[in-house]
Ligand binder design. Structure first.
Ligand SMILES: NC(=O)c1ccc[n+]([C@@H]2O[C@H](COP(=O)([O-])OP(=O)(O)OC[C@H]3O[C@@H](n4cnc5c(N)ncnc54)[C@H](OP(=O)(O)O)[C@@H]3O)[C@@H](O)[C@H]2O)c1
Length: 253
């Protein structure tokens, strides 16, 4: 087992894998916290933030903790258990990944993320919070799920500004090397598009023609999902466009 002062919770997820690959490419030792740490991988550590199992052991001796683990329904509890395990240790930089617009869109998961942010801010632990827009991988997953059949239903009018998970990972790493800023920073992709525009591009590049009906989202939730609340002015111009990302990833599939 290697020892390191860096822990990535959620290091097995989409963003976590990207961050771990970046650190590994620079020979930076780090531990990956997972509920199912694979045996034989000496930088994995078994921990469960929901059940609050082995969290104290995982954070012990760490100076940088990237908190990327998430739970759709209980994100705030995961964060609370992590904060409790860190306790009064102030010799630490907690880098938390959040989502652009969580304070504007009344979506249940976003309320959990906001509660996580607020708990971190109130904890006294030195922190940096990075809010990112949706990852290309996530938009791709949504479109392939909603358009599985020849006729699909899609909330066409949602506006998103997709970004490469690898760019978010690089920004998290950069921030971790700075002093904790004690506030929230935003990052977003190169362009904002509607889900309909992204689905059209997906159909064109994949050659899969579908009949798509609009799935309306009512009320304040629909209004905020569709009025640009998920976008940010802090866009990274060198992030791949949706078209470029698809061209690269659909070919690889
Ligand atoms: N997806 C997006 O478009 C997007 C955009 C902006 C921000 N974010 C944020 O970025 C973060 C990562 O997103 P992602 O899409 O990479 O997530 P993901 O692929 O769904 O991965 C989730 C991770 O959470 C870990 N996890 C879940 N429950 C856990 C528990 N009880 N204890 C310990 N670990 C647990 C999983 O690890 P194991 O299964 O190995 O235990 C997994 O590594 C999230 O906080 C999300 O809110 C995502």
């Amino acid at each position: 087992m290697i020892m390191s002062t860096i822990l990535i919770t959620g290091g097995t997820g989409t963003l976590g894998k990207s961050l771990s690959a970046l650190l590994s490419s620079q020979n930076i030792p780090h531990m990956i916290g997972s509920r199912n740490a694979e045996s034989g991988k000496d930088h994995n550590v078994t921990m469960d933030l929901l059940q609050n199992k082995a969290v104290k052991e995982a954070v012990e001796g760490k100076q940088v903790i990237f908190h990327l683990a998430t739970d759709l329904k209980k994100d705030a509890l995961l964060t609370q258990n992590l904060l409790q395990a860190i306790g009064t240790n102030r010799n630490i930089h907690l880098v938390y990944i959040s989502i652009v617009g969580i304070d504007k869109v009344p979506f249940a998961y976003y309320k959990q993320k906001l509660a996580s942010e607020n708990a971190i801010k109130a904890s006294g632990i030195p922190f940096t919070i990075l809010r990112a827009t949706q990852f290309h991988e996530f938009i791709h997953q949504i479109i392939t799920t909603f358009l599985k059949f020849p006729v699909g239903l899609l909330p066409k009018k949602i506006i998103s500004q997709p970004i490469d998970a690898s760019i978010v990972a690089a920004e998290l790493y950069r921030l971790s090397k700075e002093e904790p800023v004690g506030k929230t920073i935003e990052i977003g992709g190169a362009e904002a598009l509607t889900l309909e525009e992204m689905a059209n591009e997906w159909m064109e590049q994949s050659g899969k023609k579908k009949l798509i009906f609009n799935l309306p989202i009512w009320g304040e939730l629909g209004r905020t999902f569709c009025n640009g609340s998920l976008t940010t002015a802090n866009s990274v111009k060198h992030s791949k466009s949706w078209r470029q990302w698809l061209a690269q990833h659909l070919v690889e599939k």
